[in-house]
Design a protein around this ligand. Structure first.
Ligand SMILES: Cc1ncc(COP(=O)(O)O)c(C=O)c1O
Length: 390
């Protein structure tokens, strides 16, 4: 988004706010698709940023939806249910029943345990509806199931109400090792082949979360293109012949977002210059930030020159850990200056500890050249959530 557009937004809307540029979002999808083979599907993990699902609906093949709350956001947004993959380690039978009753066999469900599997089978039987399932393979944590259990389920699946569509696998976010991606894909390739050879079972769909990395800090090498190209090459060398869907959140959404906060106070304490902003760490999340030591991309609109001075930027919370960045060099920083933290389109709006101190949730704005600015969510008071309700 151009500086003039930021200037306009800052003039029109109270800080702090997020702004998600849906043109940049579409550009990022084009970039990803441009590198991958055309038949590779994209599944957007909406936990990264649920505000952009409508904008993504025609651009991605599916949505990974991980909770009843996320599911109800999809319903309210009118997302095509045939695009929903209902994922998540905790599924309640009543939520699954509701979804099957409402949407029959349009949705795909992941099974992350034997009891998930049994619950999906019995929901299907009770409602006499076919349930389409992806079996999630674990990478060695609480998610998914061991290979041995997946084999057992496949070998013993006699339920006429369950169709096993394939395998889901996700082992973590912000991956920087191409070797790790290659090894994971090789392991999945081998597993799918063995399922076919040993049980005559064809994996139709492989849903793989590569956890592609976003470069957030000045001091880091930008490996985004290298990892994307490497992933594309590794996918090409698979023997697997079914559908491949890449389940991604951060890599799709991060570049489109900015978080705008304003300097409200400045001081020097024991020789250290501090500025206080109206936002804080409860609304901003850079994966891999360490004690605010690394420098995220901050855009300043007022191009002042002269000497820089290093300021430690602190938020409005009541904790000494509310430091957005330490000793960041600014040209002639002044109270009232907006600071635009960039690359915040993924996980800042959803992962922050937004109830701490009962501060208002920031406004969320969407921007595109065609539709200009829209308020997706107004600023929202949170005091009601932190108070005895009955
Ligand atoms: C199952 C699953 N798939 C996909 C993702 C998205 O990961 P990323 O944002 O790194 O692409 C996550 C993130 O937690 C996840 O849990």
């Amino acid at each position: 988004m151009s500086e003039t557009k930021f200037e306009y937004a800052i003039h029109e809307y109270a800080t702090p706010f997020y702004i998600f540029d849906t043109d940049i979002l579409a550009m990022q999808i084009r970039k990803i698709r441009g590198v991958l083979r055309p038949e590779v599907e994209l599944c957007y993990a909406m936990k990264a940023n649920p505000f952009v699902i409508k904008e993504l609906e025609d651009l991605v093949d599916s949505f990974e939806v991980c909770s009843p709350g996320e599911f109800s956001i999809c319903e309210r947004a009118g997302v095509t249910m045939g695009k929903v993959v209902m994922s998540g380690v905790h599924k309640k039978p009543e939520d699954v029943e509701y979804a099957i009753k409402q949407y029959a066999d349009q949705i795909i469900y992941t099974a992350e345990s034997l009891s998930h599997w049994q619950m999906l089978a019995s929901c299907g039987e009770r409602l006499q509806t076919r349930v389409r399932v992806l079996l999630r393979l674990t990478c060695g944590n609480q998610f998914g199931m061991d290979e041995s259990l997946i084999r057992q389920i496949i070998a013993q699946n006699h339920s006429e109400f369950i169709t096993i569509e394939g395998i889901q696998y996700f082992s973590g976010t912000q991956k920087r090792s191409l070797k790790k991606l290659e090894n994971e894909l090789k392991m999945l390739d081998r597993f799918c082949l063995e399922l076919n050879q040993q049980y005559g079972f064809t994996v139709n769909k492989l849903e793989y979360g590569p956890g592609l990395p976003i470069c957030y800090f000045e001091e880091e090498k930008n490996e985004e293109d290298e990892m994307l190209n490497g992933l594309a090459a590794a996918l090409k060398s698979l023997a697997f012949g079914g559908r491949i869907a890449l389940e991604m959140g951060r890599f799709i959404a991060a570049p489109c977002g900015s978080y705008v906060t304003r300097v409200v106070d400045m001081k020097t304490n024991k020789g250290e210059p501090y500025c206080i902003v109206d936002g804080g760490i409860h609304q901003l999340n850079y994966y891999g930030q360490m004690l605010a030591m690394k420098k995220p991309p901050i855009l300043m609109l007022n191009h002042r020159d002269g000497e820089t001075k290093e300021w430690t930027v602190c938020g409005s919370l009541c904790t000494a850990s509310d430091v957005l960045v330490k000793q960041y060099p600014f040209y002639d920083l002044q109270t009232g200056d907006p600071l635009i933290f960039q690359r915040t389109g993924a996980y800042s709006v959803t992962e922050g500890m937004s109830l701490f101190l009962s501060r208002d949730l920031p406004q969320v704005l969407l921007y595109s050249a065609k539709e200009h600015f829209r308020i997706a969510r107004p600023g929202f008071p949170t005091d009601a959530f932190n108070y005895f309700q009955s």
